[in-house]
Design a protein around this ligand. Structure first.
Ligand SMILES: Cc1ncc(COP(=O)(O)O)c(C=O)c1O
Length: 394
């Protein structure tokens, strides 16, 4: 019997790194001044915010004055889309995005449609990639923005943002990418990849919740979306979340290739072990085109929800669908967009690792999961048939 949880829902959120919490601590109780105040307390907080800005900028090959701190990925995405849309109305009113975006992009696009903008939702292939030719075909004289998710939160597919960015630059269309899941896991270089705007957040990478950033390339026509005291160079009003911003920078400083490789190795071990269970299929892209911490598998004939519930009894935390909308009973629109049937989408489960995931936890999961699947298939008519076929084949 295990007494400690195996947390495999790091796509939803991660444990804050104790080193990050330690770095944040003084900014709650010692240097708690408002960064806009001109006394010494304020100056100390301002210095911390500006140092953090340098760290975030450097990590994506941007300059510090191109970084705007926000309350997280949702705000950065809303800000990017709405502000670009309304600031560039003179140029056009057409936006392009994809069918596999996070809800905060899709719902913002729907709202923009209600405001009179036209939105095209591009299809993706069975691995979750947008075809760059389809993007080029969708661009019209009226197009102002293309927004595409970098690392997919459900299926882990890493979009070829360099190819997509090139097309946008060629046609003078702004390119925004939502990099909340991919940040520090795979390269983001705003210059090389022709990116105009990037959304980032801290809580997916062992930083605090409620803090993020929006990169806006110098020269991009954008107006403030949140008005007030004029913080963040007048672009995003509101007293800065100083401890959060310090923690965000600290976690970015701690990120490393070694940690990515650790996750990659355990991810591949987990995928290999799960695919040995009959009637399973990996959803999304493979190898280095997949996020280093993402596993999403379809188990034929049984419900992902039921697998998740039984895993929970064995202290393994997993998820079905998108982390943020896991309570919805509809099959995942991302899985449907890659061509999976309703039944298979309902039979899918997401397991997401972190740099704190251990080999022992993966071994435990690989011991428990086949037992859970077997148990559920025994009570599912389709599962019984599948079991029978699998036994005949082997
Ligand atoms: C791809 C993606 N974008 C945006 C968000 C929203 O970020 P936040 O929770 O910081 O608002 C998430 C989080 O679930 C995400 O996975």
């Amino acid at each position: 019997m295990r007494f400690k949880e195996v947390y495999l829902d790091n796509g939803a959120t991660t444990m804050a790194d104790p080193k990050v919490v330690e770095a944040m601590q003084p900014y709650f109780t010692k240097y708690y001044g408002n960064p806009s105040s001109i006394h010494s307390f304020g100056t100390k907080a301002r210095e911390a915010v500006e140092e953090a800005r340098i760290v975030i900028a450097k990590s994506i090959n941007a300059s510090p004055d191109e970084i705007i701190f926000t309350s997280g990925g949702t705000e950065s995405n809303n800000f990017a889309l709405c502000s670009i849309a309304f600031s560039n109305k003179g140029k056009g009113s057409h936006i392009i995005t994809t069918k596999v975006e996070h809800k905060c992009i899709l719902k913002t696009c729907k709202w923009l449609e209600e405001q009179g903008f036209k939105v095209t939702y591009l299809d993706v292939n069975p691995e979750g990639f947008v075809n760059p030719d389809a993007l080029e075909k969708a661009i019209t004289k009226d197009t102002i923005l293309f927004s595409a998710i970098h690392g997919n939160n459900e299926i882990g597919t890493i979009m070829d943002i360099e190819a997509l960015g090139k097309i946008c630059r060629k046609h003078n269309v702004y390119f925004h990418t939502d990099a909340c899941q991919s940040y520090t896991k795979t390269e983001i270089d705003v210059k090389k990849q022709n990116i105009d705007l990037v959304s980032l957040n801290a809580h997916k990478i062992h930083g605090p919740k409620g803090v993020g950033a929006l990169f806006v390339r110098k020269g991009v026509k954008i107006k403030p979306w949140q008005r007030g005291g004029g913080q963040e160079r007048n672009m995003r009003s509101g007293t800065e979340n100083v401890p959060g911003i310090v923690g965000f920078a600290e976690t970015v400083k701690l990120a490393s290739r070694k940690r990515v490789e650790h996750m990659l190795r355990l991810r591949d071990k987990l995928i290999k072990g799960i695919l040995e269970i009959p009637g399973t299929k990996l959803n999304g892209a493979k190898g280095d085109k997949r996020l280093c911490n993402n596993v999403n598998v379809c188990f034929k004939g049984i419900e992902g929800e039921a697998i998740g519930a039984l895993l929970d009894q064995k202290l393994i935390c997993s998820s079905t669908g998108s982390a943020c909308s896991a309570k919805e009973l509809e099959p995942s629109y991302v899985l449907l967009a890659i061509g999976i049937s309703h039944e298979d989408a309902n039979g899918s489960l997401r397991l997401t690792l972190s740099r704190f995931t251990t080999e022992e936890e993966i071994d435990y999961t690989l011991k428990v999961l086949p037992e859970v699947v077997e148990k559920l298939r025994k009570i599912s008519p389709f599962g019984k048939a599948l079991d029978f076929i699998a036994k005949k084949i082997s």
